[in-house]
Design a protein around this ligand. Structure first.
Ligand code: ADP
Ligand code: ZN
Length: 520
């Protein structure tokens, strides 16, 4: 039996390696660099913990979160491994004691926050000890395009410059191409072997539904499928997390809020209750989640659309880490699209950043609007060659949406945008299309234009879905100003001129009412 397998059994108490763990461990033990891309819950930690025990000296583990490090060290200590944390929260005397033990060679693993590691003092200190390896956890934190960006991570290439002979392992659960390239470049990992695991989480059922009344929809979803389950609900704003948690609580669901604006004490308390109890719904901003290792989270719900597929995948990935059935459920509507576009537009970032953010958002929109399997789309996005066309465990596979020839309705919508001067949002345009003589409409004399009332045949809900999909498809854009006014794009002209047909996803409600009509 190999030495690594022995350690896995004897020290960690597991019978066999998972996925690529054995290969990664062998590679690292032999002194080579590597980049490990593995989904959340895949078992990344053992990839460096076992080599840390097999190689001489101490393994230095860089991790962005204090709580994460403390949990890991506690777990290691429990199985009898000498590991410690060094971070800024530690009192000076304790930090000195850790440093002394480090110099004495007492540790197998030492976890450090990046800002600590980068100090001259610390680098000089580890230069005086034997180093087994460097592990850089959550390596996607080097990427300024992701929401976990940590500027200090970018300087971690000093490790390679200063200790070229010490092997490095970088690990992340974020696998898109841009991030991967950025990690390699920023951490100088050009010669590293890449270990890419499948990112499929077959036990997670993906569902994306039209937003009508999100709180009510959430409540119905929880009541129907997750009464007494632990779950996470993501919202964009701090206020919404609190409102939603209060609302759920008032309706008999035990819910807590979590966001960066709360006091550290309250945050820690809520997190602790969520981890300890087994039926808490945590309503949170994306500030919540990294490093939360709760295996039995049965659902992750999004009340607002994430700004990228990486975010969506990472957040939904917190469901079902125990491998049991779990739901990733999201409501999505026109305002999500407009709001996300506006956030990019209004941000003070450079043009290049905005461009990448827009691309990421477009991919996210396409996932929402796809009429093909969600899982296939997700895996394809992460560059995996998928061997199936339909997974059988997402809403599209289970209940395929119909598409309809919406060319005429789309022409009406686009022409209405044009005739009203490309200065209005979807709500106003729908008023004009449906012939509502509101004060605003009469003020602008849009009750006198040719598109006034030409869309009476379709309900407001359908028009909203049409506008949403037109934005997702790039046939309309909100890019030109920050206020949600819709403008035509180059692509929309072909449709307006009748040179191109447009097929849209049928709305469930619309589908139902159509069916009812045919029955009568
Ligand atoms: P990640 O960091 O990739 O999200 P972890 O390293 O935290 O994942 O591992 C997730 C869970 O799987 C942990 O509870 C860990 O103990 C367990 N685990 C990892 N490797 C194995 C294995 N080979 N056999 C059984 N359980 C494992
Ligand atoms: Zn599917």
């Amino acid at each position: 039996m190999s030495h690594a397998l022995n350690i896995l059994k004897e020290v960690f108490g597991y019978p066999a390696f998972r996925g690529q763990q054995a290969d990664v461990i062998e590679h690292l033990v032999n002194g080579n660099d590597c980049l490990v891309l593995m989904p959340t819950g895949g078992g990344k930690s053992l990839c460096y913990q076992i080599p840390a025990l097999m190689r001489k000296g101490v393994a230095i583990v860089v991790s962005p979160l204090i709580s994460l490090m403390q949990n890991q060290v506690a777990a290691l200590n429990e199985v009898g491994i000498d590991a410690a944390v060094l971070n800024s929260a530690l009192p000076v005397e304790e930090a000195q004691a850790v440093e002394q033990k480090l110099l004495a060679g007492d540790y197998d693993l030492l976890y450090v926050a990046p800002e600590r590691l980068l100090t001259r003092r610390f680098l000089d200190l580890i230069a005086r000890t034997q180093l087994a390896l460097f592990a850089i956890d959550e390596a996607h934190c080097v990427s300024q395009w992701g929401h976990d960006f940590r500027p200090e991570y970018r300087q971690l290439n000093v490790l390679h410059a200063r200790f070229p002979d010490v092997p490095r392992i970088a690990l992340t659960a974020t696998a898109d191409d841009v991030t991967r390239k950025e990690i390699i470049e920023r951490l100088a990992l050009d010669d590293a072997e890449i270990f890419l695991s499948s990112f499929d989480r077959p036990n997670i059922r993906y569902q994306i539904v039209d937003k009508v009344n999100s709180k009510q929809q959430l409540l119905s979803f929880i009541r129907a499928e997750h009464l007494h389950d632990a779950g996470i609900v993501y919202c964009l704003s701090r206020k919404k997390t609190e409102d939603t948690a209060a609302w759920l609580s008032a309706h008999g669901i035990t819910a807590l809020a979590y966001h960066a604006g709360m006091s550290p004490h309250q945050r820690a308390l809520n997190q602790e209750i969520f981890l300890r109890e087994d039926n808490i719904v945590m309503v949170a901003t994306i500030a919540f989640g990294m490093g939360i290792d709760k295996p039995d989270v049965r659902f992750v719900a999004h009340l607002d659309m994430p700004k990228s597929i990486e975010g969506y995948y990472q957040e939904t990935g917190r469901a079902g880490r125990d491998g049991q059935k779990a739901n990733a459920w999201m409501v999505y509507g026109l305002n999500d699209v407009i709001q996300q576009r506006r956030m990019i537009e209004e941000s003070e970032a450079q043009a290049q950043f905005k461009q990448i953010a827009t691309k990421k958002l477009e991919a996210m929109l396409a996932l929402c609007e796809t009429t093909a399997c969600r899982r296939v789309y997700l895996l394809d996005y992460f560059g995996e060659s998928v061997t199936f066309a339909a997974c059988g465990n997402c809403d599209v596979c289970l209940n395929p949406p119909d598409s309809w020839d919406a060319t005429i309705a789309v022409q009406k919508a686009l022409s209405c945008v044009y005739r009203t001067g490309q200065q209005f949002g979807a709500g106003y345009l729908i008023d004009v299309l449906r012939g509502n003589q509101t004060m605003q409409v009469t003020h602008w004399k849009h009750d006198c234009i040719s598109t006034f009332g030409i869309g009476k045949d379709l309900p407001v809900k359908t028009w909203r879905a049409i506008f949403r999909q037109l934005i997702a498809l790039g046939l309309l854009t909100t890019d030109n100003d920050g206020y949600g006014a819709l403008c035509l794009t180059n692509a929309s002209r072909a449709v307006l001129k009748g040179r191109q047909k447009v097929f849209l996803r049928q709305q469930r409600e619309h589908k139902k009412s159509l069916q009812k009509k045919t029955v009568c």
